[in-house]
Design a protein around this ligand. Structure first.
Ligand code: SF4
Length: 490
């Protein structure tokens, strides 16, 4: 006999519902709950709460809510809270009952302001450490790259800081007051604290700024219209693709400056120093090659100088590679057979300048192919550590380096493409520090995804971790126990 739907539902009041039984055993949130000890938040944020007054939403629950926001790429915090009562799995994950009071969406923004970026950095570091303890991080090879993140601000909010019209714009006056207030706060900060934002890089961003998100920069991507962007810089371990370092900067910043920071963060988060760093040609600057050399790291990075040589060829002048250096005489010989001698030292570039004798270039028949300068002759710069640089650049041309450079492209694009599923391409919030929080949460979700894909948590390890938590050990000890159980199982 065909059954018919009951309309209205036969029973309105249910008792004895066990949410734990309603969530399937292999649900991703079960695995996340077993992997992550959210209670660490209590210790991290206790200073930012008072001892009396209204009782707050438990901090671990707030962190879980933010994780849900990113993991399910929910459009807004209001939508998250509106959807929450309809999702049994979310309620179970948060430790709520069916009829529990749902927190207001504003608790999330208040918590971000109260906790700052530190808590989220700590969260990210703990998950990276968990990946290390689980054997997913080798630490010896690091891939680096950057990607643009669209700011949560319209191009209509961009103001010309030099135009007189700005004084007629109320948004400008508001912005000016906010910037002054921030400047004052930065002055009051202790000197070892990093500033809230990095100075503007290019002329456009020294002149134009957004009134809604002054930290974002105007960037033209390809042939498209200029938009407001941030830039994320990532370091990924080569073994399984664990994100070991991530940092947000202004959209117009030169990514080459971030390589040292990424290497440092990789070391701090994994306790392992990279032996090889792989990046694209934008990182192939003299400073980066020398920094890698000083740290004892092989730089598998295409040389930026060669790109510049290509530009010189495009400008139809002789590239530097056609000038032959003689170490015995410390001179260069140019394509016309003339000698260029050392003239002066450029302190900013740590390089010596080489020129021909006075008047030689002016009479040279190859002059038109050699320099675009109307009055002066051709000059060359030679770094004070040029021999080391030449060796490093030769190393960057080796077969293993070329293979690494090819793999890097696949690795990084894969990581950034996965991040798009978690809302990586557009900032949820305004201000660099908030975008940094979003960046940490996305990196955490991606690393958790890797842990889960590789079979973590192991059933026995989870039991051990729970026992450990009950005994009151720290989370890092719990990771150690988890690893020990894994070794026993292996
Ligand atoms: S212009 Fe000067 S540096 Fe260039 S080929 Fe002639 S002599 Fe040599």
């Amino acid at each position: 006999m065909m059954g018919r739907e009951n309309t209205p539902q036969s029973s309105l009041f249910y008792t004895g519902i066990n949410l734990d039984k309603r969530v399937r055993s292999d649900h991703v949130l079960r695995k996340v709950a077993r992997l992550v000890e959210f209670d660490f938040v209590y210790g991290e944020v206790k200073e930012s709460y008072g001892y009396n007054g209204n009782v707050s939403v438990p901090p671990p629950m707030i962190l879980k809510l933010m994780l849900l926001l990113v993991l399910y790429n929910v459009r807004s915090e209001r939508e998250l809270m509106a959807t929450l009562p309809e999702r049994l799995d979310w309620l179970w994950f948060l430790g709520l009952e069916l009829d529990s009071e749902i927190p207001d969406h504003s608790v999330l923004s208040k918590a971000r302001r109260r906790w700052g970026v530190e808590l989220f950095r700590s969260f990210f570091e703990r998950i990276v450490w968990q990946c290390v303890q689980s054997g997913l991080v080798d630490g010896r090879k690091l891939f680096c790259d950057s990607s643009l993140v669209e700011a949560d601000a319209s191009c209509n909010s961009v103001l010309d800081m030099q135009g007189l019209k700005r004084y007629l714009n109320p948004a400008y006056r508001e912005l000016e007051a906010r910037l002054e207030e921030r400047e004052q706060k930065e002055k009051e900060q202790p000197k070892d604290d990093p500033p809230a934002s990095t100075p503007r890089q290019n002329m456009v961003n020294q002149r134009f700024t957004s009134s809604t998100d002054p930290d974002a920069s105007v960037v033209r991507k390809g042939q498209g219209k200029p938009k407001l962007y941030y830039q994320t810089h990532r370091g990924i371990d080569a073994a399984y693709g664990v994100i070991t370092a991530t940092v947000i900067g202004p959209g117009d910043e030169n990514e080459a400056h971030r390589l040292g920071g990424l290497l440092q963060d990789h070391l701090a988060h994994t306790q392992r120093s990279a032996e090889v760093v792989v990046a694209d040609s934008k990182y192939g600057t003299t400073a980066n090659f020398l920094e890698c050399y000083d740290r004892g790291i092989a730089a598998h990075i295409p040389v930026l100088k060669q790109t510049q040589d290509k530009q010189e060829r495009r400008r139809e002048i002789f590239p530097e590679s056609l000038f032959v250096y003689s170490p015995q005489t410390d001179t260069y010989t140019c394509p016309a057979g003339q000698t260029l001698r050392r003239r002066k030292y450029w302190n900013t570039r740590k390089a010596f300048e080489y020129v021909t004798a006075r008047g030689v270039c002016r009479q040279c028949p190859l002059r038109i192919q050699c320099t675009r300068s109307q009055s002066a002759g051709r000059t060359l710069k030679r770094h004070e550590r040029q021999e080391i640089l030449d060796n490093l650049r030769a190393q960057a041309q080796s077969r293993p380096a070329k293979r690494d450079i090819r793999i890097r492209q696949h690795f990084m694009e894969c990581s950034f493409a996965q991040a798009k599923r978690f809302g990586f391409k557009r900032a949820r919030w305004r201000g660099q520090w908030r975008v940094q929080i979003q960046d940490y949460l996305i990196a955490v979700v991606q690393n958790l995804q890797l842990l889960i894909a590789r079979g973590w948590p192991k059933p026995r390890a989870a039991v051990a971790a729970r026992t450990n938590a009950t005994l009151g050990f720290g989370i890092l000890d719990s990771f150690a126990l988890q690893q020990a159980t894994w070794v026993q199982m292996a």
